[in-house]
Write a protein of this length. Sequence first.
Length: 221
Amino acid sequence: MAQVTNDWAPILQEEYAKPYYKQLYEFIHREYAERVIYPPAEDIFNALHLTPLSRVKVVIIGQDPYHEPGQAHGLCFSVQKGVDIPPSLQNIYKELHDDVGFEIPDHGCLTPWAEQGVLLLNAVLTVRAHAAASHQNKGWEQFTDAIIRAVNEVDRPVVFLLWGGFARGKRSMLNNPKHLVLEAPHPSPLSAYRGFMGCRHFSQVNRFLTEHGEEPVDWSL
């Protein structure tokens, strides 16, 4: 696992010292040695590498990484260029198009969002190949909850996008009145048309950021 050296480091150091993280680290080390695990080990913390805490302006919470070859690279909902765009991301793109006139790209790599301050955080950061949710309840959730709490505590406006029941379960952690919390069904084809499509979250994000003196997100890819 590539060490995080930016301003997340002090927060993560506290977590590294806890017993649960030692058990998690040993489990993950063993899994990578014995099985095919995604994302590549050097990409596990990409969301933190690309989006320092001091630059976070939007948080999107996913559940766990894609579990098929070549997809996961450490950012929720994002896939590497050259990989088919997953259905949930296709629906995100459709909503962006309808909401802000987004030009739908031919790839699913969301790195430019992360570099602008959109923290694309999965609650679970690793997964076995072809086995969704296989690394749940191993300790990652405690680790990423600490990250979410750290963002909640920052003294500037941040927008949290909670899509689907799992992400909405984090709502109770978000109690800073400076922030905006937007909720919607998951963009999965199973639920997108129950309220994700038409939620207009992306324009609401930029309106809120602009009103509070922050630079809006350029959603184009």
